[in-house]
Design a binder for this molecule. Sequence first.
Ligand SMILES: *Cc1c(COP(=O)(O)O)cnc(C)c1O
Length: 464
Amino acid sequence: MTAQSNIYPTAALQALDAAHHLHPFSDMKSLNAEGSRVITRAEGVWLYDSEGNRIMDGMAGLWCVQVGHGRTEIIEAVSKQMEELAYYNTFFKTTHPPAVALSEKLAKLAAPHINRVFYCSSGSEANDTVFRMARFYWDQMGKPDKKVFIGRWNGYHGSTLAGTSLGGMKAMHGQGDLPVPGVRHINQPYWFGEGGDMSPEEFGIQRARELEQMIDQIGEDKVAAFIAEPIQGAGGVIMPPDSYWPEVRRILKERDILFISDEVICGFGRLGTWFGSDYYGMEPDMMPIAKGLTSGYLPMGGVMVSDRVSDALVNKSGEFYHGYTYSGHPVCAAAALANLEIIEREGLVDRVANDIGPYLKSRWMTLADHPLVGEARMKGLVGALELVPEKGNRNKQFPDTGSVGTICRDQSFKNGLVMRAVRDSMIISPPLVLSHEEADALVDTTHKTLDATHQILKKDGWLV
Ligand SMILES: *Cc1c(COP(=O)(O)O)cnc(C)c1O
């Protein structure tokens, strides 16, 4: 068969998929028994499957399709670049115009102290780069003992060895003896799930101070960096209490360690600012980027590097033995440039901050009244609903964590909306081009989905 072919019936595609394709993050046994959904095309915020159904892409693919699907500007830019120079490396004293232009562009978009970028092909590779670059930085600074990374439980930094290790997903660590040595984790600022009797503000301060305690316990002279997502995405769209980042900022100011803001989800307008660290007023030393950089049209990632760190890379002699065949890939860079041009031309970052963001939020927050919803939250264009068995009681959860989330996610798909379930919370992160009508449809469908889920839970005895 050929890649474009839609002449095969869905069942035949599913059978071949089950026979030959190993999916990421999937229980292959149950997936193959059920059969994969086959998505055949997409336009704007809409996906179309092999059965002719139209489904709203409430997750922007996988948190990445900022400008929506099917943008001809990106397709044309990529095609033109392929004709001119489809590939050349950036290793041996060479560069090419797309890599130069994209680097200049990114330096302009980032905070004034961030002016350089190292390229790779994904967010995971970006965090592998961070892992090696931060240690190399301290070597260059004559402090080779500063090697330990502090991450957070339930943080997500990708799926490679370094990404998994820096992240705090215990189920991932359990497979293959991770984290690698030299990584420690502190607790996450997840007030709804872990805040107990504390106010969000008290809780935010307490969780921030775990960083201080951890640094002091390990010894500042041994700690290389603290890595965190401004808002945890894959962990369940966890928004820290307002007190959290200012307190972390104070702690970092008093101690000489690097701060790495993983911008793979929060970057490129998701929070109504170019980067999540801009939103929270943090000044990172490094920023892993990917996802929204190309809106997912082609794979590309990178690490944006502050002057502090890049000084040690470019003003001291010594080669950093690190790079990828596809570092700065010209076609991916062309896709990124066209994508960033669309974001700028259509004012999408401002639109998230001042138009569609506040609009969707005002509608989304009405879902907090639903009997299944313990909390609704949204910032920019990323939101979550916490599903609970007993409204008003944060301490009570559904048994068999994740089952109710899965029921709700399946209902949502049936109703024509892709939402993601993390444990028993529902997540959305739609394209930044979402219209007001589409925002209305998103919330109406979610409401309908919550009702359907509620019916199923009542019928099956989940609620007493
Ligand atoms: C998705 C993600 C990654 C990993 O990116 P990949 O491109 O999937 O390797 C890293 N960090 C964060 C915050 C992410 O959301």
